[in-house]
Design a protein around this ligand. Sequence first.
Ligand code: PBG
Length: 335
Amino acid sequence: MTDGRVGTQPGEKVRIGTRGSALALAQTRQVADALAKASGLEVELVTITTHGDTATESLSQLGGVGVFTSALRDALVRGDIAVAVHSFKDLPTAEHPDIELGAVPKRADARDALCAHDGLTLETLPEGAKVGTGSPRRIAQLKALRPDVEIVDIRGNIDTRLSRVFGEAGDDRRLDAIVLAAAGLGRLGRSDAVTQHFELGDWPTAPAQGALALEVRRQKDATAFGRALAKGLAAINHATTRASVAAERGVLAGLEAGCAAPLGATAMVDDGLLFVTATVYSVDGTDQLTSSHAASLEGNGQAALLEAAEDASARVTEELLANGAADLASLGGAR
Ligand SMILES: NCc1[nH]cc(CCC(=O)O)c1CC(=O)O
């Protein structure tokens, strides 16, 4: 298709695929601008509708694997787009034969946040308060700390969810609070709705939460355009984010848990070490298992970081499984 091309064609743009939600568009515009600057190429957003956007079932019923990502991946493989931008936490852990990770930009806030009316926090919500979330992990975490609250399964985009607390929702739809990713709220300029941030130490979040994945085809165009794109992707890649996310997702893959599993994982790089901590919850929130390990970086650069990530996450996975994580998590196996 592009064989024999020497220079970039005038007007040839990097077609960047994104979901059409306000959140997806906001985050993709940001990386598209950064990629344009770093590559010197013109960019163009291509909106793609995914099954997760059109389905009306709750997320736990949809079953998860790739509902938000497979249509984007299909467009990438077909060549309709050159780059697919995903919320990293929505990506399945299984490798795709034709696709690889092109870049992972610097992570945003990985924490979850409570958005409640009247400035309330998880501690000050009234007894029996209605709290909205569709995530088995968040359900387990809420139940562990506030077994009295009534958890309401919600889905939809962030603005729809916020309207259940702050908007004109009728009394029967009105919620006292919802739990959302701080990163999503930040990207939409809605951090003002947050009444409490949960610290990662006692409220770990989904593997890769707050990070984006830029995927590209494994098969590269040997053209000036292809080289400029590769250079741009390398420039916006953030090596420690990529390794931290790899460590968190390594635990997810190692536990053979789906993206809806009640698992929280947090990794970070500091002072020559990569740390990863993961917690598996029973769905009712009464039980949990945590494991933490660190691996030292044997050298510099992305490869050394990824090796440490693999090492640390393998040890965390092994310890969680040895302590019965599979049994604990499968208490929610029906999801
Ligand atoms: N599963 C939905 C989803 N995928 C990515 C984000 C937002 C932030 C992110 O992690 O990049 C959200 C919403 C949420 O969990 O509140």
